[in-house]
Design a protein around this ligand. Structure first.
Ligand code: IMP
Ligand code: MG
Length: 192
């Protein structure tokens, strides 16, 4: 029997990369007070680790969106379920995501944020699955390039499970996971 999933990015690789990203962002935003916005729920784990590697005053805010229908059929148009509660005019906004896939949802979200006239607007994503991109979109900060396979862990879910995995797993058989959504629970028990 082949393994259902394997570790794609381990917790130590993630920690090192997040430290590097934090250093880069600190250097790029020195003298400024960026507003980091995370999109619920996937991006929150990354955000929590990232902000502790940024040595600057900063603000964090959350947004929640829901696609009209499926992400692709809605062409990325989203309904905002939770919005930032501050005026973004003149602010340095950094949108923090878990993964950029087609880019449909994100480009719509970026256009909404751009309309609020921030003085800068950049995107930081832990994973970039650029091969799936439909809308041209290049994140300023990328943790890792991601292959075209389904991943879970470190904020990323399958049917709301596995966000709490410390590693990012690559799922080789999504059909088997659909049949048994708990199939990867054993990975939660493997001590690091
Ligand atoms: P898109 O870039 O508009 O296609 O949407 C990307 C969103 O889909 C991400 O923010 C994730 O929430 C979700 N997503 C995409 N790929 C994966 C994956 O491999 N595992 C878990 N969630 C994913
Ligand atoms: Mg997400």
């Amino acid at each position: 029997m082949t393994e259902l999933a394997r570790v794609l990015f381990g917790r130590e690789d993630i920690r090192h990369r997040v430290e590097e990203l934090g250093r880069t962002i600190t250097g790029d935003y020195v003298g400024r007070e960026p507003v980091l916005i995370s999109v619920l729920k996937g991006g929150t784990v990354f955000l929590a680790d990232l902000i502790r590697q940024i040595q600057l005053p900063l603000e964090t805010h959350m947004m929640a969106v829901s696609p009209y229908g499926g992400a692709e059929e809605s062409m990325g148009r989203v309904r905002i379920l939770l919005d930032v509660e501050i005026d973004l005019t003149g602010r340095d906004v950094l949108l923090v995501e878990d993964i950029v896939d087609t880019g449909l949802t994100l480009s719509y979200l970026l256009s909404i944020l751009r309309s609020r006239r921030p003085s800068s607007l950049e995107l930081c994503t832990l994973l970039d699955r650029s091969i799936r991109r439909i809308v041209p979109l290049r994140p300023r900060y990328v943790g890792f390039d991601c292959p075209d396979t389904f991943v879970v862990g470190y904020g990323l879910d399958f049917e709301e499970r596995y966000r709490n995995l410390a590693d990012i797993l690559e799922v080789s058989d999504t059909t088997a996971l659909k049949a048994d959504p708990d199939a990867l629970l054993s990975h939660l028990l493997v001590a690091g």
